[in-house]
Ligand binder design. Structure first.
Ligand SMILES: [Zn+2]
Length: 83
């Protein structure tokens, strides 16, 4: 297991250590895997980003992914009692 950041959105993700783990990702939305594209490049991507990619993704598709904004997430869970 290692902490890395997604090439698509930049959020910190945990990379599974073995191939057996890739099938359990539905329970771990904050994890990602290294994808090797047909053009020979490889990208570490989180699952939300992978789901947005077309069937034959390219570097341009990765570049087009929206950057993850942790503050936007925080806004949806605003709790004024904490401040
Ligand atoms: Zn991502």
């Amino acid at each position: 297991m290692a902490k890395e950041s997604c090439d698509g959105c930049g959020r910190t993700i945990t990379v599974a250590g073995g191939i057996a783990n890739i099938w359990s990702f539905s329970n771990q939305p904050s994890t990602g895997i290294m994808l090797e594209f047909e053009d020979g490049s490889d990208h570490l991507l989180c699952y939300p980003c992978i789901e947005q990619l077309p069937d034959d993704p390219s570097e341009a598709d990765v570049a087009a992914l929206e950057e993850y904004d942790p503050e936007a997430d925080a806004d949806t869970d605003a709790d004024t009692s904490e401040n």
